[in-house]
Design a protein around this ligand. Sequence first.
Ligand code: HEM
Length: 232
Amino acid sequence: MDGFLFIAFPYVALILAIGVGIYRRRRRPYTYSSLSSQLLENRKLFWGSVPWHYGITLILLAHLLAALFPGLAGRILGGRIRLLVLELTGISLAFYALFGLIVLIIRRLPTTSRVRHATSYMDGILLGFFLIQVATGVSIAIFERWGSLWYLRTAVPWFWSLVKLHPETATVTSLPGIVRVHFVLGFAIILLFPFSRLVHLVMFPIKYLWRPYQVVIWNRRTRKVESTEVMQ
Ligand code: HEM
C-alpha cells in the first residue's frame, strides 16, 4: 500500500497533471480560466478570495523553496527565535487562508445563491480537498511540532528521490497518519489540476511584463464636449 501511495500515486498525479494539462491547453484553450463569478456576487468573493490566495500562495511558496533549497532552509530555521517566528508566521497564514476558504465555501451554500448554480461538481470536490488539506496542515503545525524542520529530513528527501527516479519512501512511511494523509492529498490536489478550474494557476498574467501597455478610454463623449456643441 505504501508503495502505491508514496511512489505510484505521485508519479501518476504528476504525469496526468502535465500530460492532460498540455492536452487541455492545446485542445480547449478557452477553458483555461478560473471562470470568475465576480459578476454573480462580489462582497463575499472579496473577503474569501483575498485571504485565501495570499495565505495559500505564501505557504506553498515556503513548501517549494524549502524543498528546492533544503540546506539554506535548515540554516535559517537553525536559530530558535527564527524557527519560532517562521512557524508562527506559517500558522497565522494558514488561519488566514482557512478563513478565506470557509468564506468561499459559505458563499456557495444557500440554495438561492447564484454562485451555487454556477458551481460544478468538480468545484465542490476541489473545495473539499482544499479544506481537508489546510485543516491537516494546521493540525500538523500545531500538534506535530517543528514541522518546518522535520519536513527537510522526511518529505524533501522523498521528493528528490522521486525526481531522480530512485524512489525512497523510508523517511515518510513511518510518519504519523495525519502527516501521511497531508502528503498524499498534496499529490491528489496536483492530480485534480488539469480536470478543474485550478488550471488558472498557470495563467498568471506574466505576459503583462513585456506586452505593450494599454490605454483605457471611455467610448462615449463627455458632457462638457456635448454641451459646447449644443451652444454652437
Ligand atoms: C506532498 C506535498 C506536501 C507536503 C510534503 C507538505 C508538508 C507539510 C508539512 C511538513 C507541514 C508542517 C509545517 C510546519 O509545521 O511548519 C505542512 C503545513 C501546511 N501545509 Fe503542506 N504539504 C504538502 C502539500 C500541501 C498543499 C498542496 C497544500 C495546500 C493546498 C498545503 C497546505 C499546508 C498548510 C495550510 C499548512 C499549515 C501552515 C504551515 O505551517 O506551513 N500543503 N505541509
